[in-house]
Design a protein around this ligand. Structure first.
Ligand code: ZN
Length: 129
């Protein structure tokens, strides 16, 4: 039987700083990174992309986001989508680390999702028997 999944553990994000999942999970439609900036640390450059949009999901801490000269605070629960052309940078606050997940996908590539793509199967996991 083919294995239709890959599973991994990213372990201690605080210690690793940044983990990318494209290779680890053999992702075919996205790149996902899990990132931890210590207090006062910043991504050391502004960058944009050629084809990919990015979604930043802040899961812990506080920081600031920069896109094309706009700067705003982000914290747990903040979600920011940036078009490929947007020049972006992110930093942790001086007193707080910042943990975020960045999902990178080709802009305008999504043609169906959730109910239009999901198919409910008859099989059940052990906990739904
Ligand atoms: Zn990027």
């Amino acid at each position: 039987m083919n294995q239709n999944y890959q599973a991994t553990s990213v372990g201690d994000i605080e210690a690793r700083g940044r983990v990318t999942l494209h290779n680890e999970l053999a992702l075919t439609g996205s790149e996902i990174s899990i990132n931890e900036l210590p207090p006062g640390a910043s991504v050391p450059f502004v960058h944009c992309h050629k084809r990919n949009e990015e979604v930043y999901l802040v899961v812990k801490g506080k920081g600031r986001f920069h896109v094309d000269g706009d700067e705003f605070e982000v914290g747990e629960g903040s979600v920011v989508r940036v078009d490929p052309a947007g020049g972006r940078c992110i930093t942790a606050d001086q007193q707080s680390s910042l943990r975020y997940i960045c999902i990178q996908t080709e802009a305008k590539s999504l043609v169906q999702f959730t109910e239009s793509d999901g198919v409910i199967l008859e099989t059940k996991p052990s906990w739904l028997q």
